[in-house]
Design a protein around this ligand. Structure first.
Ligand code: PHE
Length: 345
């Protein structure tokens, strides 16, 4: 009995020393374990003179311990949970991190606008490769080797790697490809946007720029169709009030050939620095596909006619967005691209 009282005293004195879950569990082993103090006292019941009183006393001790243990354990666990919640807390009142939003490059915008316009007129978008054969870039467009028309488009030849290959100097190469790929040799209606390369470099010319080429082949296609199509195109892109004028010109792959001017959209034809006081701005080259080109690409030129046109996308972008130096288009300066973020194109 005295022993039980001693352990009870010990328990009371130890209660205040328990600071964490670990020492509480150790304490449990010390009291309740197989060789623990309470288990030992349990064995002592055999020698007790008053077994009933001994048993009751021992029960009091056990209950006192268990009560203390459960209460303490709960308290430790609660405070651990609280700490965890505190450390993982998210302050939902903080403003979120902004996602950096990009914007489409002006060249992408203008290319897509042109494509959409032609698709709405029943054209398909056709893209050719930028590395082309001399044959597709020149010969099949009626510009044989040594022809002076090559000089105006002199470009980058890949002589050392593959003989007779070059960076295409015009998207007209796609005309040749589309006609040759069309096995039925029937009607065609395509636009071909893409990069082209020439040996040029100044504020208004870049060694790399973009063109979009259109080609329509069918029976009974005439110059009137070409004029109607390009007039509609210019008005849709530059405004309904735009005047369009056709001047005779020369391209080896079209006959007759024209250059297309639009009334200056800055001064409305009065004359300013943009149109060099002429009131007109040249925007397109075009013409009826030369019968020779049709034949070289497998078409029956007696049955089919075609018209083609080409324009510089960079030129259009420069006019439209008032970009004075073509090099800024290719400079990759994020401040320039951001300018187009909210523009209505
Ligand atoms: N490919 C010509 C150029 O780059 C433009 C053009 C295209 C002219 C189609 C006529 C027909 O200058």
């Amino acid at each position: 009995m005295d022993k039980i009282k001693e352990v009870l005293k010990l328990l009371e004195s130890e209660k205040n020393t328990i600071q964490d879950l670990k020492s509480l569990e150790e304490m449990k082993v010390r009291y309740m374990g197989k060789k623990g103090l309470i288990s030992e006292l349990q064995a002592g019941i055999k020698e007790a003179s008053d077994k009933k009183a001994y048993g009751m006393e021992l029960n009091t001790l056990r209950n006192s311990f268990l009560e203390f243990y459960e209460e303490k354990k709960q308290a430790f666990e609660n405070s651990l949970l609280e700490e965890k919640l505190k450390s993982e807390a998210i302050d939902i009142t903080l403003p979120g991190r902004k996602i950096k939003k990009g914007s489409l490059h002006p060249m992408t915008l203008i290319t897509e606008q042109f494509e959409d316009l032609f698709v709405s007129m029943g054209y398909q978008v056709y893209e050719g490769p930028e590395i082309e054969s001399d044959e597709n870039c020149f010969q099949k467009l009626n510009i044989p080797k040594g022809h002076p028309a090559r000089d105006a488009q002199d470009t980058f030849y890949l002589k050392d790697e593959v003989e007779n290959y070059l960076l295409r100097s015009q998207t007209s190469t796609a005309q040749v490809r589309a006609m040759e790929e069309n096995k039925e040799k029937g009607p065609l209606r395509i636009v071909c946007p893409g990069k082209v390369y020439r040996r040029d470099e100044d504020a208004t010319h870049s060694h790399q720029f973009r063109q979009i080429e259109g080609l329509v082949i069918d029976e009974n296609v005439s110059m009137a169709d070409l004029k109607g199509t390009l007039e509609l195109f210019c008005k849709k892109v530059l405004g309904e009030k735009t005047k369009v004028r056709f001047r005779p010109s020369f391209f080896p792959f079209t006959e007759p050939s024209v250059e297309v001017d639009v009334s200056c959209f800055k001064c409305n034809g009065k004359g300013c620095n943009l149109c060099k006081q002429t009131g007109w701005i040249e925007v397109l080259g075009a013409g009826m596909v030369h019968p020779h080109v049709l034949e070289m690409c497998g078409y029956d030129s007696k049955k089919y006619q075609g018209f083609a046109f080409g324009t510089g996308l960079d030129r259009f972008a420069m006019f439209k967005y008032n970009i004075p130096d073509i090099r800024t288009i290719y400079g990759n300066d994020i401040r320039f691209i951001k300018e187009f973020d909210r523009r209505d194109v």
